[in-house]
Ligand binder design. Sequence first.
Ligand code: CA
Length: 254
Amino acid sequence: MTGPARTTPTRAPASGGATGAHLLLVEDDEAMRRSVAANLAAHGYRIAEAPDAAEAIRRWDAERPDVILLDLGLPDAEGTTIIRRVRREATTPILVLSARGAEPDKVAALEAGADDYVTKPFGLAELRARVAALLRRTAGPNADPTGTIRHGSLQIDVTRRIATVDDQLLDLTPREYELLRTMLAQPGRLLTKARLLRAVWGTAYADEGHYLHVYVSRLRRKLAAADRDGTMADLIVAEPGVGYRVAEAPDPDA
Ligand code: CA
């Protein structure tokens, strides 16, 4: 279990340039897992590896990856168990790594909430293309085709996992980034505290409204520090007792 005090030091800040979307690769075949992980890392992704369902769920809870790559045949549980668990908490894309001829398994995985699949043996270029497509989709309908959300002077590039204000990189922790991305993907929409807590921290945290308060304060401070024209001060609007909403994006022609 991780709270605000324990989540911040676990990953390098975004300011070093070593950014990249965070992928969780769940695969019990060690040779395959290692080679896929090495290839994705060489293309700028940060990879967490899990050889079984227990480790996958532990890492899901602790790290909230951007995309999950999931082998269905795991030693300790069916992969669909992981899909259902993740879907209770978040819309994080899940790409199934499926065995040839396992059509019923593929269908079961998609019905449980997986987003896409590749069939083994798959090409690494195809795998990377699917991952990139899933990442772009996480940016929501307001993103451009490259997966960048623009909201006034704020930009979030979901494939590189970076946020900037007035072209200045924001140094965000993983959960701060996730909270900002979740809110920016749905501008104008009122997001209840429980919904945000489930999306960013998990179901077990749905009543921990103080986390949200602390993280929104930090986000506002970081946004304000990079902001040159003062427009970020009104970005995150509190709806007392209910939640938060991000103001609609300003009209770029206004
Ligand atoms: Ca397997």
